[in-house]
Design a protein around this ligand. Sequence first.
Ligand code: AMP
Length: 222
Amino acid sequence: MKSIMFIAPPAAGKGTQAELVVEKYNIPHISTGDILRDISKEDSEIGHYVFETLASGELVKDEITYQLIENRLKKSDCKNGFIIDGFPRNLNQAIEYDNILKRLGYSIGNVILIDIEEKTLEKRITGRRVCENCNAIFNINDEDSAPQIESICDNCGGRLYQRNDDNLESFQTRYKMYLEKTGPIINYYKKQNVLHEVDGNDTIENVFKKIDKIISVIGDEK
Ligand code: AMP
């Protein structure tokens, strides 16, 4: 059972790295950001709330995330492992995640922290484009990950769009949230001896090599 968690600041490349892990290890990628972006399209009270919160760069209420994570982890495709990205995002969520894992009979697995400089993140944030069909991620500011045609997905031909929180103003709030709220969970996992740090100031390929080295030695414990 390979259970992997990514912690990283916004636009550090965790979505891109998660896709590479999915390809190699054939485990599902669970991204609270992706799930919330789907909910934000709903014409309902919760849909509108999530839409506004995502655009501002603030975090949505903890209770919303608990339910969607537990429901997702209950699905049978998670039995052989999963990669979780974007959750937990604060200490309360980390504590509740332990309870969810206990209820489902899973262990925490390995936590991978992708470290990256703020300057690099700012550059990446404005160039990121996402496929509206398959969620593949590209970056028009980086020849390493630019799509062949600017608005079309290389993988499925879907239309690429820019997330409405991928602007410098939202980024400042999201980065602040990361330092203030997500920062403390790094120590929480360090103390449990499950944290691995990876330098993300490198090419996609090299960062994946470092991540893969960590994942490949994870055992098959539950
Ligand atoms: P991401 O795709 O991980 O960058 O997340 C995009 C946005 O979704 C964040 O800026 C938050 O507004 C929201 N979000 C994602 N995960 C969580 C979470 N675990 N708790 C609260 N808000 C979240």
